[in-house]
Design a protein around this ligand. Structure first.
Ligand code: HEC
Ligand code: HEC
Length: 340
C-alpha cells in the first residue's frame, strides 16, 4: 500500500517536472515575428534595396568602405579584429570592437552604449563617422540620386518618398532585420530533440542557468536581457570610451556599463567584449564567472558579478554549451552587381 502511493507520487512529480521543463524551454525559442516598426514593415523590395546599400562601397567618401567591410557575412557579421582597425576609412581606427549585426533586430538599443534606439536611427551613424565611412549625408543623398539605377528601386520600396536619409536608413534597417540567427543544435534541443547537443553541453546549460548565474543577464531567445552592465573589465577611474553608457547620460548607474551582447553564433564573433580584449570563449567565461577581470576596486560593478567558484571542467562545459548556439551560416547572396 505504502509502495503504491509512493509510486503514484513519483509518477505525478515526474509528469510535473516534465511539464515545467517544457515551459522553461519556451523562452529560449525564436519569437514568431522579427520586431518591425509600423512605418517600415518588411517587404521584399525594401529588403533587396537595403541589401544593395549595405554592400555598396559608394556609400563611403572614396568608394572603398561598405557596411559589410566591418560587418561581413563571411566573418560572422563582424570583422574579427579588436577595434575595427585596418578596415575603416583610410585605415582609421575606431574606438570599439564591431559587434555582430546578427539579431540586432531583436535589440531594444543599438551600439555598446545603447546610444541609438532603433536600427533606422543607427544606420546613418557609421556613414557619417570619419573613422567609418566618412560620408556626410548631405553629400551622400545627391550622390545616390545621381545613380539612375537606384531610383526605380527606391520608388518600388518607398513609393512617393524619394531618395533621402530617411529612406536610406529604412531600407538598410529592413535588410538588417533579415540578418537573424539560423537554427542551432541548441534550438533543436529546445524543441525536444534530446540528442541534438552533447552531455557536456546539457550540463553546461544547467550551469549557465544555475550555479554560474549567466542567465541573470544572458536571458531569453537572444541570450541577452537587453540590460547594460559593468562586469569589471577595468579597475580604478575610467576615462573616455571606457565610461560606456555614462557618455550618453551622466547617470551614476550608467558608469562604465556596456550592453549585454547576444551569445547566438558567439563562436563566430571573436574577439570578445566591447574592447575586443579577449580571444577565446573560455577566457571570456572565466572572467564572467569569477567576478570580472578585477574583483575589487571596480566602481559600479554589477552585484551579480561575483566569483561563482567554478572548476575548470565546469567552465569547459559552459563553453561547450555556448558552442551549441551556433547555427549554419545564413544563406545570403552577396550582390556582385550594383545599380549604375
Ligand atoms: C569601419 C568599420 C564600420 C563600418 C564601415 C560600419 N560599422 Fe557598424 N559598427 C562598427 C563598430 C566599431 C560598432 C560599435 C560601435 C559602438 O558600439 O560604439 C558598430 C555598431 C553597429 C551596430 C550596432 C550593433 C549592436 O549590437 O549594438 C549596427 C546595427 C551596425 N554597426 C550596422 C552598420 C551599418 C548598417 C553600416 C553601414 C551603413 C555600418 N555598421 C558600418 C564598425 C563599423
Ligand atoms: C551582470 C550581467 C552578466 C552576467 C551575470 C554574465 N554576463 Fe556575459 N556579458 C555581460 C556584458 C555586459 C558583456 C559585455 C561586457 C563588455 O564588453 O563590457 C558580456 C560579455 C560576454 C561575452 C562576450 C560576448 C561578445 O560577443 O563579446 C561572453 C562570451 C559572455 N559574456 C558569457 C557569459 C557567461 C558564460 C556567463 C556566466 C558564467 C556570463 N557571461 C555572465 C553581462 C553578463
Amino acid at each position: 500500500m505504502i509502495k503504491k502511493s509512493l509510486l503514484a507520487t513519483l509518477v505525478v512529480s515526474a509528469l510535473f517536472t516534465g511539464a515545467t521543463a517544457n515551459d522553461d524551454m519556451k523562452k529560449w525559442l525564436r519569437p514568431t515575428e522579427v520586431p518591425q516598426p509600423t512605418n517600415n514593415k518588411l517587404t521584399p523590395a525594401r529588403i533587396e534595396l537595403g541589401k544593395l546599400l549595405y554592400f555598396d562601397k559608394r556609400l563611403s567618401k572614396n568608394d572603398t568602405v561598405s557596411c559589410a567591410t566591418c560587418h561581413s557575412p563571411a566573418r560572422g557579421w563582424t570583422d574579427e579584429v579588436p577595434t575595427s582597425k585596418a578596415v575603416g576609412f583610410e585605415g582609421r581606427v575606431g574606438p570599439r570592437n564591431s559587434p555582430v549585426v546578427l539579431n540586432s533586430a531583436y535589440q531594444r538599443h543599438q551600439f555598446w552604449d545603447g546610444r541609438a534606439k532603433s536600427l533606422e536611427q543607427q544606420a546613418l551613424g557609421p556613414i557619417e563617422a570619419d573613422v567609418e565611412m566618412n560620408m556626410p549625408l548631405k553629400e551622400l543623398v545627391p550622390k545616390l540620386q545621381k545613380i539612375k539605377g537606384y531610383k526605380p528601386l527606391f520608388d518600388k520600396a518607398y513609393p512617393g518618398e524619394g531618395i533621402n536619409k530617411e529612406t536610406i536608413a529604412k531600407a538598410i534597417a529592413s535588410f538588417e532585420r533579415t540578418v537573424v540567427s539560423t537554427e542551432s543544435p541548441f534550438d533543436k534541443y529546445a524543441k525536444g530533440d534530446k540528442k541534438a547537443i552533447s552531455k557536456d553541453a546539457k550540463e553546461g546549460f544547467s550551469l549557465f542557468k544555475g550555479k554560474a548565474h549567466c542567465v541573470d543577464c544572458h536571458d531569453g531567445f537572444n541570450f541577452t536581457d537587453g540590460s547594460f552592465q559593468n562586469i569589471g573589465l577595468h579597475d580604478g577611474n575610467l576615462t573616455g570610451k571606457e565610461l560606456g553608457r555614462y557618455n550618453v547620460k551622466k547617470r551614476a548607474a550608467w558608469y562604465g556599463v556596456f550592453k549585454t551582447p547576444t551569445l547566438r553564433d558567439v563562436t563566430k564573433s571573436y574577439p570578445y567584449f566591447h574592447d575586443g580584449s579577449v580571444k577565446t570563449l573560455k577566457e571570456a567565461t572565466v572572467i564572467c564567472s569569477h567576478g570580472g577581470r578585477f574583483e575589487h576596486n571596480v566602481k559600479n560593478k554589477s552585484d551579480v558579478m561575483v566569483d561563482r567558484h567554478l572548476s575548470e571542467a565546469e567552465v569547459d562545459k559552459i563553453v561547450e554549451f555556448m558552442k551549441s548556439l551556433t547555427g549554419p551560416d545564413l544563406d545570403i547572396k552577396v550582390p556582385t552587381k550594383f545599380p549604375q
